[in-house]
Design a protein around this ligand. Sequence first.
Ligand code: PHB
Length: 392
Amino acid sequence: MITKRHALKLAVALLTSAAASAYAADTGPIKIGLILPMTGQSASTGRQIDAAVKLWMAQNGNKVAGRTVEVILKDDGAVPDATKRIAQEMIVNDKVAVIAGFGITPTALATAPLATQSKTPLVVMAAATSSITQASPYIVRTSFTLPQVTVAIADWAAKNKIKKAVTLVADYGPGFDAEKFFDSQFRLDGGQVLDKLRTPLRAPDFAPVLQKVIDVKPDALFVFLPSGQGAAFMKQFAERGLDKSGIRLIATGDVTDDDQLAEMGDVAIGVVNSHHYSAAHPSATNKKFVAAFEAANKFRPNFMAVGGYDGMRVIYKALEATKGAGGEALLNAMKGQVFESPRGPVLIDAQTRDIVQDVYIRKVERVPAMNNGLYNVEFDVIKAVKDPGKQK
Ligand code: PHB
């Protein structure tokens, strides 16, 4: 019989041995454990990041510091218990140098203690709740945070004749961040939030909340939903006639996601939103990235893909700097990196381990020069935005 106490001792021993015998710093392949939702409701995030990681390796090779880089991809279905179990196996058995991926906030938070205990750098390529980087000193983020992108659209709204708004967010971490930072900035700018609505993360039904919006009749509805839910939301928004109701739709770019924009159709046209990446970002670096990504995948990269691509960049450069050493040295080599991403210039803040980046105000338009496709066309930029969630 294993008592509770024994089980605890065993778990601690396992983790201690992980800390001692994990990643072999000088021989064999360097392994990167990539944990993504390849199935279930967040599968598009997994598909995008997996494709971006493969593109990075096709372009930059599978050798760093004279050693072969091996990516081990595992599907967690966006279920936190699964993420944690997979991470543990990767750290203890596969002896990975880094764990990366993390499609949604709960999976990153569940795994954070393992990163700390085993001193394994954890690179968040997708999840975007502000507090994630505070859950372990071994976490580095290459995606974004909801406060970082939300303040810009609240500000834009207040300056563009929107006086009364209703917020609608997914009922979990990033949604709470979006709701809170929209509310505070919009009120600071003289606006008024008439109601705050939430929908469940899993299998949301937008009908009841949209009916509420019709009843309250604000100037604008502000929406944050995680990548993968935008198209279903837009469909119901149009079906209920909200697109013709005079209530303006504004959002974070998670809703007008490049992965789903094409299938949304005309209802999306004119939606003003703020985010850190658009496939239509007009830089040479991005044009090259999008062309290579589309040639390899037959679909358009979205902001998740860029988080994965830049995550690989951060890992590769750090491994080069440490000559393949892992642990704290590798973590330190990730801090302070500055580079030109397909999204624009970025910095991995050495203090917060979070990403500092430009945030763009965009409008969904048909772009004749890009096959007449629907794109988020950037028309304003706020430079070098730090996560406001950390400026207490
Ligand atoms: C999250 O769970 O942190 C998350 C997921 C998808 C998004 C944004 C945030 O588009």
